[in-house]
Design a protein around this ligand. Structure first.
Ligand code: NAD
Length: 360
């Protein structure tokens, strides 16, 4: 089982090191090859996603990714900025389906900014479309306005677009996931989030998801506008089981959902293509504000490695063992700064990683 390891920038190296230690402790025949990406690759190769890194990715069965980005690259032209690496990898591998489970562990109920009675027992899956929408739509650019309220002035524009097959395949992924979760005791419900009262793309989205829903009579189904979904996520988050939405809305809602779980440092993610190859990364960014200080929470990355074992490498038992080890260290009262509360033991990134290895 070959894994491409792309630590990236900021806290990327620290959290990926912790996850690699956990993977190596499993005793599985894993071959890990590390390659630069993001700002680190720009520094060493002049491009955030060099061909040499793409070769490592193509030869691998799965990709373990840290995070990319740093404010010091904000003045680079857009195509050379670190963030282009993750967008480029999603496009290169066709990673259209992003799974972001937002799970509130009983031990972290007090770390959420919401009342314990709202978040305890929370278990939501956000399925975000990842290769379409306004992030990839063409045309985009800058020009001088020829119409609108201020003709003759500089303006910028992006294009939000979705085709029927793009919506069909992500909807199927969401309904299949809801069915699988139902077998494991979840509600068996899909909430499709859009802005169909305003946007043409959302109008098509709603039509297509409704068509796909007809093939899943065992799964409850509803539509919700994105502004209402943002509100319901903090008003009554347990209303949701599986949320399926487009790239832009999913980006925002999944960060919001992260805070329900206590910290963005707890939120794992898997991005899959239709061949079952995936890229596994924490939902957060490179956190330059805390990089190099041994304070970042590595659990989202460790849990992403567990998703990699389950989704791409066919090792569900190893995945469950990692998840149980994470629960175990939380039950021991070990906490990084982002999830720390009174009475718990404050530990750093390395110590948290080592504790998971011990628990394994
Ligand atoms: P961020 O997710 O990096 O950080 C937001 C806040 O959460 C910060 O206060 C940070 O310290 C904290 N945080 C994040 N991860 C944490 C962890 N594991 N443990 C403890 N605290 C954690 O988002 P940002 O500050 O908006 O962006 C920083 C950089 O990351 C930017 O360059 C951005 O473009 C990039 N970014 C990259 C990705 C990616 O690589 N997939 C995703 C989002 C943002």
């Amino acid at each position: 089982m070959r894994i491409a390891v792309l630590p990236g920038d900021g806290i990327g190296t620290e959290i990926v090191d912790a996850a690699v230690d956990v993977l190596q402790a499993l005793g599985l025949p894993l071959e890990l090859e590390t390659a630069p990406v993001g700002g680190a690759a720009y520094e060493s190769c002049g491009h955030p996603l060099p061909d040499s890194t793409l070769r490592v990715v193509d030869a691998a069965d799965a990709v373990l990714f840290g995070a990319v980005g740093d404010w010091k690259y904000d003045t680079l032209e857009r195509s050379l900025r670190p963030e282009q690496a993750i967008l480029g990898l999603r496009k290169h591998l066709g990673l259209f389906a992003n799974f972001r489970p937002a799970l509130c562990y009983p031990e972290l109920v007090g770390a959420s900014t919401l009342r314990p009675d709202l978040v305890s027992g929370l278990d939501i899956l956000i399925v975000r479309e990842l290769t379409g929408d306004v992030y990839f739509g063409q045309p985009r650019g800058r020009r001088t306005a020829t119409d609108g309220p201020f003709p003759g002035t500089a303006e910028a524009f992006d294009t939000m677009r979705y085709s029927r097959p793009e919506i069909e395949r992500i909807a199927r992924v969401a309904f299949d996931a809801a069915r699988k979760r139902k077998q494991a005791g979840s509600a068996g419900k899909v909430t499709s989030v859009d802005k169909a009262n305003v946007l043409e793309t959302s109008g098509l989205w709603r039509e297509v998801v409704t068509d796909i829903a007809a093939g899943y009579p065992d799964i409850a189904f509803e539509h919700m506008y994105v502004d209402n979904a943002a509100m319901q996520l903090v008003r009554n988050p347990r209303h949701f089981d599986v949320i399926v939405t487009g790239n832009l809305f999913g980006d925002i809602l999944s960060d919001e959902a992260a805070m329900l779980t206590g910290s963005i440092g707890m939120l794992a993610s898997a991005s899959m293509n239709d061949a079952g190859k995936g890229l596994f990364e924490p939902s957060h960014g490179s956190a330059p504000d805390i990089a190099g200080k041994n304070v970042a929470n590595p659990l989202a990355t460790i849990l992403s490695a567990a998703m990699m074992l389950r989704f791409s490498l066919g090792q569900p038992a190893a995945a469950s063992a990692i998840e149980a080890a994470v629960k175990n260290v939380l039950a021991q009262g070990l906490r990084t700064a982002d999830i720390h509360s009174n009475g718990c033991t404050l530990v750093g990134t390395r110590e948290m990683g080592a504790a998971v290895v011990r628990a394994l």
